[in-house]
Write a protein that binds this ligand. Structure first.
Ligand code: NAD
Ligand code: UDP
Length: 349
């Protein structure tokens, strides 16, 4: 396979910036399209510093059909990785239309432009939030879907749209059929080992790991542990945390798969990207204390609405079909989070 050009939507964001590093280091040409609604251009400057390579950047909203069409005409990418999207569950409950417009309509415009440009290889950032209720805490791709908030439903709708696109190509036996990987992320945390790029949440973080890191550095005074009466060994919620660098390597493996036999007649397949094991909130707190030598001030608080007791991936399909597995462990995730946090206490500013 000759090295390809990859267009990365949302490439200035947390996961997208790490993907740009891995793509550039693997020899891909990289074109980023990001409206900077939740990121700063400094992340891309740092990507270029880490890799010593350059990328092309367009500050553009993916919903701008004409601008996106021009970018595809000029850049002629082979593949798209689609990270651009809004991701805050709470905000999505308050402003559902914003989420459907940005995430669902944004993806519609993207795939329309891709179809017109005859670029039909796509890796999409989906999420474990698309899964519905299940009797097992370990989720496989065939489990029933049933997101419970507008953010999750926006991801589920996009998955439906992409499956329909692929099915239509199959039915019509088109020459260049859609090849799509839907990657369902579990809980991405950590940062690049250089400490130059990482997660830079706006305001008070919603997610556990950035919250713990900000307590450790003294920006926040106390972590609230949401519930200690779940049916888990220590009573706190269990999640499948995955190092962001492992996660983005899964995207490179997906590109290889899209170019291979499995997808040669076109397909739209979902893959869980997770470690396949979970850690509780208190295990995360204690790991952070052990690795950093800091004490994390926490208190037990009521459960957070909508939270599951336990949720972790069955990642076997990604092992088999993408040849991908996590390589980093909990200590790597904590150490890299802390390295980024201490080098950048105020984020990218
Ligand atoms: P992020 O907010 O850091 O990155 C998203 C990027 O997309 C930002 O740079 C933002 O400016 C850009 N963007 C948003 N809407 C856009 C639009 N209309 N046009 C152009 N650019 C736009 O988020 P992230 O954590 O890097 O997540 C990337 C993707 O992965 C998202 O789609 C998210 O839903 C998905 N995801 C994230 C997690 C997680 O825990 N971080 C988990 C599951 C899935
Ligand atoms: N959590 C917590 N305090 C926080 C943030 C999260 O106790 O301030 C818990 C949450 O209840 C869940 C786990 O940490 O059990 C991971 O939460 P996060 O929001 O990071 O991920 P998600 O719930 O989306 O999987």
């Amino acid at each position: 396979m000759t090295k390809q050009k990859v267009l990365v939507t949302g490439g200035a964001g947390y996961i997208g910036s790490h993907a740009c590093v891995e793509l550039l280091e693997a020899g891909f040409e990289v074109v980023v399209v990001d409206n900077l609604s939740n990121s700063k251009p400094e992340s891309l400057a740092r990507v270029q510093k880490i890799t010593g390579k350059t990328l092309s950047f367009y500050q553009t909203d993916i919903r701008d059909h004409a601008a996106l069409t021009d970018i595809f005409a000029k850049e002629a990418p082979d593949t798209v990785i689609h990270f651009a999207g809004l991701k805050a569950v709470g905000e999505s409950c308050e402003q559902p239309l914003l989420y459907y417009h940005n995430n669902v309509y944004g993806t519609l415009v993207l795939v329309e432009v891709m179809t017109a440009a005859n670029v039909k290889q796509l890796v999409f950032s989906s999420s474990a939030t698309v899964y519905g209720e299940s009797s097992s805490p370990q989720y496989s791709e065939h489990f029933p879907l049933g997101a419970i908030n507008p953010y999750g439903r926006s991801k589920a709708m996009i998955e439906d749209i992409l499956r329909d696109l692929s099915a239509a190509d199959h039915k019509n036996q088109v020459q260049n059929p859609w090849k799509i990987a839907l990657l369902r992320y579990f809980n991405p945390i950590g940062a690049h080992s250089s400490g130059l790029i990482g997660e830079d949440p706006n305001g008070i973080p919603n997610n556990l790991m950035p919250y713990i890191a900000q307590v450790a550095i003294g920006k926040l005074s106390q972590l609230s542990v949401f519930g200690d009466d779940y049916p888990t060994p220590d009573g706190t919620g269990i999640r499948d945390y995955i190092h962001v660098v492992d996660l983005v390597k899964g995207h490179l493996k997906a590109i290889t798969a899209l170019n291979g036999d499995k997808f040669k007649d076109g397909a739209c397949n979902a893959y869980n990207l997770g470690a396949g094991r979970g850690y509780s909130v208190l295990e995360m707190v204690h790991a952070f204390e052990r690795v950093t030598g800091k004490t994390i001030n926490y208190k037990i608080s009521p459960r957070r609405a909508g939270d599951l007791a336990e949720c972790f991936a069955n990642p076997e399909l990604a092992w088999q079909e993408l040849d991908w597995k996590v390589e980093k462990n909990l200590d790597d995730m904590v150490a890299d989070t802390w390295h980024w946090q201490t080098l950048n206490p105020m984020g990218y500013v």
